[in-house]
Design a protein around this ligand. Sequence first.
Ligand code: PAF
Length: 274
Amino acid sequence: VLSDRRHPVGFVPTMGALHRGHLALAERAARENKAVVVSIFVNPTQFNNPQDLALYPHTLDQDIKLLATLLPLGTPIWVYAPNAEDLYDQTVVARDFNFQGLDAVFEGADRPGHFNGVGTVVSLLWKAVPAQRVYFGEKDYQQLCVVQALKRMENKDLEIIPCPIVRESNGLAMSSRNERLTKTQRERAGWIYQTLQEVARQGSASAPNRLGPDELRNLVAKKAQEAPDFQIAYFDIVEEGGVKRVDHWSAAGRYRALIAVVFHGVRLIDNIAL
Ligand code: PAF
């Protein structure tokens, strides 16, 4: 693949089981670059739960068919689907990064070692794929922060493009894990986004009686009591761009609410800018 400033390549790293969220990343990459590479690799080192890894769907043929629907845009799309030995060489283990605490909370606290695995594979992938722009979804907000830190640590000359969350019609953020829910559960899981929307309404700087961060935490705790089928793994308000939790609003501050729930045994995450 010819790859330089005049022939930019857009890279979309994925673990396959592609859905409309991934397709939106690939479509944007196709519109903004001369070629697109989509990697499909279920990275073992980022799974702290072996059952999660075992349950992860492998749907390469279907993924390729889905990506082919973008070919009318006229941009060539390459699929890079290495096996673990190709990508990792001898030993399939995660490196130990210092992400300055970014990986110590939220997803990192609930899934020890997860971000070391993500950092390792992303570093290997962007060595293997010559690209000028890399596209990541904002659903994995903390992953996006970690990848930005990795780019700085490795001094990479590439642009990281965060892309908005794609949602199902009831607001549920697109995720391959949604497939593990029944149709009725999937409908019900719209509760997560409805809750975030209420947080955004009541916590936005333009709200007539703006709630503070603690009041928003209480609001979500109360809503969760009324919806016992959702177990809250965490809900919090952080400064935009990082994971520092806030206790007071500041005039120029920008904030994001993060949530993870376990719903019928499936862990779902989402977030919203306030
Ligand atoms: O977001 C994902 O699908 C994965 O964490 C990534 C970035 C492809 C690394 O395996």
